[in-house]
Design a protein around this ligand. Structure first.
Ligand SMILES: [Zn+2]
Length: 214
C-alpha cells in the first residue's frame, strides 16, 4: 500500500514591523508563504496548488493579507490625529458640561478650543448639537476619557488635558474644588506624571492667553 496525502508547507519569507489594526499599534510581523504539496509516505513531493502569502502579527497572532504592509503609515497617523482631535474636543466639552449649562464665556472658549483641535473650528449650532448628544449619552467626562484616552500617545494626553483645563477654567480662573478634583482624576486616568501634569497646566495657561489674544 502506498501512503499518499497532502500537506501545507508554510515558510517565513520576511519579517518587519507593521501597524496591526487589532493591536492598534506597531508590531513585528512575519510574511509567510503557504503551499499545498502531495506527500508520498509523508514526504512532500509535488506542489498541488499555488503559493499563498499572508502576514502574521507577532503580537496577537492575527493573519492579514500582505496588502496591509502597503497601508500608508503617514495616512494612518493623520487619521489618528484627526480622531484624537475630535475625542479631545468632546472631552473638553464634557468637562465644561460637568458644571451644568454652559455660560456664554464657556461657549466662546469652547469655540476657540475647537479651532485648535478640529480640522475646522465649529459654530455655535454645531457646538449645541454636540452638547445635547453628550448630555443624552450620560457619559461622564472621566468615563469618556477613560474609554478613548488609551489610544492617545503621551503628547496627545498632555494636549488633551490642556484643552480640558482651558474648558474647565473658562468661567473662573480659580476653579471650584469639584473642578480641581475632576482635573486630578483626569490626570490619573491619563496616567500623567506630576511633572507632565504640571507642564500641561502651565502650557494651558499660556494657551488660554494666546487664544484670547487671537
Ligand atoms: Zn496584532
Amino acid at each position: 500500500m502506498i501512503l499518499i496525502g497532502t500537506i501545507n508547507i508554510t515558510r517565513t519569507r520576511d519579517r518587519g514591523d507593521f501597524h496591526c489594526p487589532t493591536c492598534g499599534s506597531i508590531r513585528e510581523y512575519q510574511l509567510k508563504s503557504r503551499r499545498p504539496f502531495l506527500t508520498l509516505y509523508f514526504i512532500p513531493t509535488v506542489p498541488i496548488g499555488g503559493v499563498e502569502f499572508f502576514v502574521r502579527c507577532g503580537g496577537c497572532g492575527s493573519n492579514w493579507d500582505p496588502a496591509i504592509l502597503h497601508a500608508d503609515p503617514q495616512e494612518h497617523r493623520e487619521q489618528q490625529e484627526i480622531r484624537f482631535g475630535h475625542e479631545a474636543f468632546r472631552s473638553a466639552v464634557l468637562v465644561a458640561l460637568e458644571g451644568g449649562a454652559l455660560s456664554p464665556q464657556q461657549i466662546e472658549t469652547l469655540l476657540r478650543i475647537s479651532g485648535r483641535l478640529l480640522p475646522e473650528s465649529i459654530d455655535r449650532e454645531m457646538l449645541g448639537q454636540l452638547c445635547s448628544s453628550a448630555v443624552q449619552n450620560r457619559i461622564t467626562a472621566a468615563n469618556y476619557v477613560r474609554s478613548v484616552g488609551r489610544d492617545w500617545h503621551s503628547e496627545q494626553r498632555q494636549f488633551a488635558l490642556q484643552a480640558m483645563f482651558v474648558a474647565a477654567t473658562a468661567e473662573n480662573a480659580n476653579p471650584p474644588e469639584v473642578t480641581i478634583r475632576l482635573l486630578a482624576a483626569l490626570r490619573d486616568i491619563l496616567e500623567l506624571s506630576d511633572a507632565e501634569y504640571q507642564a500641561a497646566i502651565e502650557a494651558a495657561i499660556d494657551w488660554d492667553v494666546d487664544t484670547a489674544a487671537d
